[in-house]
Write a protein that binds this ligand. Structure first.
Ligand code: 5GP
Ligand code: MN
Length: 326
């Protein structure tokens, strides 16, 4: 049975163990990798042993966070022994990926640290704060509660986690506490210009080519309140698409003045369709819309996976979103 715990409880529990495995969700974003590395590097600074796992590994756009190449693809790791298995930034076990999940030793204590409103409270000890803008901010709260040292690499990881999940401290989920965290990390020596350059101004040219082809597929509802575009397998092939290339491009649609909600449809090689949805109005809850297709996330940012083909998935999703936005 999962037990809800606080940051203070977790600080005490983590202190009592020595060997940790940290995992975050498949197709990881800045918060998934940032919160995992941030926590792990602090545990390592305390002399603990940490293994970092991700089903898909670190995408190219986030490689700078993991200069030491600590994060391993779960399929490359055969057997694991640990005392504590911590899932970060991941709403349900399935989103850890089958292989990552299978790496959990049966006797290991399962800990869940997450900020998704749709978190399913799996594991033995669960700390979910759906008001936190990023799991990275929760990890920083752990550091503060425990009086932990935050090594330089962990500072960068936590800052990037919070920055990417708040749209560079722009979205409504950004709180005074988020800025306190940023101030704390800056005061400790974080190079804000360099970290932001690496996070936002360091993309390969093919990302812009990808954007060009996406813009050619851009469509809007008659009233202009909904916008969507689609990435097919053929487009990916042409652009030489690599994981992470499309991260954040959805902001181009969100930036249109009339747009209230927008959708990024992406054809995946296994024939399923990945949906990435954004809203600018809390009354249009995209977590609920994605939830009706087995996905989830946050009120203003959510996702799901549907059966193909693309055109059918698009019609189903837009019909549901149209109702939510009516
Ligand atoms: P993104 O659109 O950037 O991939 O994801 C936006 C938010 O929705 C993230 O917090 C992400 O974890 C969540 N999310 C994306 N796809 C899925 C999904 O298939 N299932 C669930 N439960 N959440 C998702
Ligand atoms: Mn997150």
């Amino acid at each position: 049975m999962a037990k809800d715990v606080t940051a203070e409880d977790l600080v005490a529990v983590l202190a009592q163990h020595e060997r940790f495995v940290l995992v975050s969700h498949l197709r990881p974003d800045g918060d998934a990798i940032g919160s995992m590395l941030g926590l792990g590097l602090m545990l390592e600074a305390m002399g603990k042993e940490v293994v970092y796992l991700n089903e898909d590994g670190v995408p190219g756009n986030l490689a700078f966070l993991d200069a030491g190449q600590r994060v391993r693809r779960s399929r490359e790791v055969k057997v694991l022994d640990c005392d504590v298995f911590i899932a970060l930034d991941t709403a349900n076990q399935e989103r850890l990926g089958d292989t990552a999940l299978a790496r959990k030793p049966e006797k290991a204590l399962g800990v869940t640290i997450d900020h998704h409103i749709t978190n399913e409270r799996y594991g033995d000890l669960v700390w979910v704060d759906d008001q936190a803008p990023a799991t990275a901010q929760m990890v920083w709260e752990l550091a503060k509660a425990g009086g932990w040292e935050i090594p330089a690499e962990a500072r960068t990881a936590l800052y990037v986690g919070a920055s990417t999940d708040t749209g560079s401290f722009q979205y409504a989920n950004t709180t005074a506490r988020t800025h306190e965290m940023a101030a704390d990390l800056l005061a400790a020596g974080l190079d804000v210009a360099e970290v932001n350059r690496l996070t936002y101004h360091n993309f390969p040219y093919r990302r812009v080519q990808l954007l060009t082809s996406l813009l050619a597929t851009l469509q809007r509802s008659d009233d202009g309140r909904l916008a969507w575009w689609s990435l097919t397998l053929a487009m990916k092939k042409e652009a030489g698409y690599q994981p992470g290339d499309s991260e954040g491009l959805v902001d181009v649609m969100r930036g249109i003045d009339e747009v209230v909600a927008c959708v990024f449809f992406e054809e995946i090689s296994d024939g399923t369709i990945r949906v990435s949805m954004r809203s600018k109005d809390a009354s249009v809850n995209v977590s609920e819309v994605c939830g009706s297709f087995g996905g989830g996330g946050h009120i203003l940012a959510a996702g799901a996976r549907l059966e193909g083909p693309l055109e059918e998935a698009r019609q189903r999703v837009l019909a549901e979103l149209g109702r939510a936005a009516a």
